[in-house]
Design a protein around this ligand. Structure first.
Ligand SMILES: Cc1cc2nc3c(=O)[nH]c(=O)nc-3n(C[C@H](O)[C@H](O)[C@H](O)COP(=O)(O)OP(=O)(O)OC[C@H]3O[C@@H](n4cnc5c(N)ncnc54)[C@H](O)[C@@H]3O)c2cc1C
Ligand SMILES: C[S@@+](CC[C@H](N)C(=O)[O-])C[C@H]1O[C@@H](n2cnc3c(N)ncnc32)[C@H](O)[C@@H]1O
Length: 661
């Protein structure tokens, strides 16, 4: 039943269908050109870069970040030209956030062919091509130039993706196909969405001068000017936003002026430090142990794969976004440097219900990536046995890029950054806000550090800090078993996951996990828990069980930190006491709530911290500097840490819409 999940025939429409005319792309879907046939690069420079005055605006930035949103990514020519200009004239500590929407991404072959036409951009286009993969529908953030340039691609119809974007935009590039051929890219509702994300002085430009476009932009609050167009085009439009500004909680800040303290040196803390340092903030990371990653994040191996269920929930979206984010992060840091074993992971269907869900996933997953190894495939037991190297009796999903993370090496790689200072052996016992709106960290009665922003990333111990004590996190004990490999077991080539997981032999050991027990403080290894792990192994592969069940040599105990809805908590905290005292109503405006300005939490990662914590770190870092969010607003709301207290107050609806654009 070999089934490449990603390419049912109906999904092929997701790609751009091109004809080529004189080596220039032409859309078969829209019967239109991607850019001027006179000179696409010069058109980009004239219409988008010059008319948004980007050279002067980039040069005048002082270590802030600049956000551009484009409608219609196409070949990426506008993005690459903007990046080139940015490199030439933006100050070193500043960041460029380029967001672009695209319903029909080009295939990698078409993109490569289209970009080969522009030799002056080769340094940039090669890097884009290198990361151009895994485009499932939704948000995809790629980072370049030591993370100073990010490209967030919103794959899907602009009418669905743009309303989910949280961003404070400085310039718009309107680059759909001609309005007569592509009216949905020029609709009044799209221009309203633009207005919501604009501030006074936000500019826009477009190649078209269509009267309907001009009027609709004016109706949305933009001042519009008609000017001579590029090449043979008589006129084009440019302008700026002058309408009323929606109060947004995406407030841009100058990262260079800001300091951050991160409490906790597990994957949540180290990845938070990394994401914030990459945005130019000065970070101090505080860890109570002598070593980073020595509690839950200190297992010798962490499995990275998205455990998909086929349900359209925020959790499923988070799993997929988290998976792609962690994979891209490991790629940026280097697989070798982090000792990431991309050995592949098999997610076995342990019963008929799971098998049916995998089949549904196969039918519905709309992955546009069929020129690469697909993100995952549904395979039968024989096919999986061949890949795994051992006999399996269940069907399942195979994730070829997934694998095992060396947790210590990843922690090391994440904090090796000139903007990060690590303080181990330091226990944060109290957080205090000063009269000047900065935050102090105290260890008993000693002041340890002070900063503008604090990220609480200390898992279950967040309960001991007054500002996060209301976030309900449950410790769940987990015991891993280490098994001595043998000739038979060394045939296992991939990680197997069912209700538990087992790794291929690594330095002569297999890692088998894991138990789940609540209300359990026992730090010692328990024989009965090893037994329970072996039972999990038996359900995944009797062959491996037979060869390994007498081979347990050691193990490890640690505690996960779990929320009631299995989603992590990531975002800014509210003052829970003040919230309760003020008794807000369901229709309260989010900005009127008692926010703890500069205080964030990244915790509650349960059994999947390596899947979810780095993405949550990026979400928080983007919020701190006012950069576009890497995930849709519905996911941000599902993760916001105040949801539990708000639900208790009967504010479920408000909690679901707390994060606005
Ligand atoms: C047995 C087991 C197997 C697992 N397998 C996987 C897997 O295969 N893949 C996967 O993705 N996830 C796995 N997980 C889950 C994963 O390990 C966790 O989700 C993740 O490690 C949580 O990271 P964290 O940084 O939030 O917490 P932690 O790693 O616990 O880090 C919190 C840190 O904060 C420090 N700290 C606490 N309080 C303070 C304070 N007051 N001051 C200073 N420092 C403080 C602690 O010392 C600790 O280092 C597993 C978990 C267990 C228990
Ligand atoms: C003129 S091309 C963009 C050219 C591009 N800016 C470049 O630099 O190559 C217009 C793009 O808009 C995309 N598009 C058209 N309709 C769309 C929609 N409804 N939502 C998102 N993208 C759309 C097309 O697939 C196409 O790639």
């Amino acid at each position: 039943m070999s089934h490449a999940v990603n390419k049912p025939d109906s999904d092929k429409a997701c790609y751009a269908k091109l004809n080529w005319k004189d080596e220039q792309p032409f859309s078969a879907q829209y019967q239109d050109i991607y850019f001027s046939t006179e000179n696409g690069l010069e058109e980009t420079q004239f219409v988008f870069l010059a008319q948004n005055d980007l050279k002067a605006r980039f040069s005048a930035l002082d270590d802030a970040n600049f956000t551009i949103v484009e409608t219609g990514f196409g070949t990426g020519l506008n993005f690459l030209s903007t990046w080139q200009l940015w490199t030439e004239c933006a100050p070193q500590n500043s960041c460029l956030n380029f967001v672009s929407t695209e319903k029909y991404p080009l295939t990698i072959d078409d993109l490569t062919k289209a970009l080969a036409y522009w030799p002056t951009l080769v340094n940039y286009s090669q890097q884009l091509i290198g990361q151009y993969q895994w485009f499932t529908p939704g948000f995809h953030q790629l980072s370049f130039a030591d993370s100073t340039v990010t490209l967030t691609l919103l794959i899907g119809d602009v009418a669905e993706t743009l309303p989910q974007l949280k961003a404070n935009v400085d310039a718009w590039f309107l680059d759909g196909f001609a309005p007569a051929k592509n009216p949905e890219m020029w609709s009044a509702s799209l221009f309203q969405q633009m207005a919501k994300r604009s501030h006074h002085g936000t500019t826009f430009s477009t190649f078209t001068s269509a009267g309907d476009v001009r009027r609709a932009l004016q109706d949305a609050g933009f001042v519009v000017e008609k000017i001579p167009g590029f090449g043979h085009k008589r006129e084009m439009l440019k302008g700026y936003y002058e309408g009323s500004v929606v109060t947004s909680n995406t407030v841009k800040t100058k990262p260079g002026n800001k300091t951050v303290i991160v409490i906790g040196g597990g994957i949540a803390g180290t990845s938070s430090a990394y994401a914030l340092a990459n945005k130019g903030l000065q970070v101090t990371l505080i860890e109570r142990n002598l070593q980073l990653a020595s509690e839950a994040s200190g297992n010798p191996l962490a499995v990275l794969y998205p455990r998909l269920t086929g349900q359209n929930t925020s959790l499923e979206q988070l799993n997929m976004y988290g998976y792609l984010h962690s994979l891209r992060l490991l790629t940026t840091l280097g697989f070798e440097r982090c000792q990431y074993e991309a050995c592949g992971v098999i997610q076995l269907a342990m019963d008929q219900k799971q098998q049916d869900r995998h089949t549904l996933l196969s039918a519905t997953t709309n992955n546009t990536d069929d020129q690469f190894q697909p993100l995952f495939q549904q395979l039968n037991a024989d096919e999986l046995s061949k890949i795994a190297g051992v006999k399996l009796t269940h069907s399942g999903l195979y994730f070829p890029h997934a694998g095992g993370i060396n947790t210590a090496r990843l922690a090391e790689a994440l904090v090796q950054h000139h903007n990060i200072r690590v303080m181990t052996n330091t226990h944060a016992t109290e957080i205090k806000q000063t009269a000047h709106n900065t935050w102090q960290i105290w260890s008993n009665s000693v002041l340890i550090a002070e900063a503008d922003v604090v990220v609480i990333a200390n898992a279950n111990d967040a309960a001991n800090l007054s500002q996060s004590s209301g976030v309900p996190l449950v410790p769940i004990r987990g015991q891993l078993s280490y098994l001595q490999a043998n000739i038979e077991s060394e045939k296992l080539r991939t990680i197997l996951c069912g209700e538990g997981y087992i790794s291929p032999a690594m330095n002569g050991l297999h890692y088998l996990g894991a138990t789940f027990t609540t209300h359990d403080n026992e730090a010692e290894l328990r024989a009965k828990d090893h037994e329970s792990n072996l039972n999990l192994l038996n359900t995944m592969s009797n062959t491996l069980y037979q060869s390994l069940h007498k081979n347990i040599v050691s193990g490890r105990v640690a505690w996960r930190s779990q929320t009631a809805d299995y989603l992590p908590v990531a975002g800014q905290l509210l003052d829970a006491d003040a919230l309760i005292a003020s008794a807000p109503r369901y229709n309260e405006k989010p900005e009127n709530l008692p926010w703890l300005s500069g205080l964030y939490i990244n915790a509650g990662h349960g059994a999947k911290g390596f899947l979810t914590a780095p993405l949550c770190a990026e979400i928080i870092a983007s919020e701190v500097v006012g950069a576009p969010s890497p995930v849709p607003v519905n996911v941000l709301n599902a993760l916001q840490p105040n949801r539990f207290v708000m639900r208790k107050l009967g504010l479920k609806q408000l909690a679901q819409h707390l994060i606005t654009i």
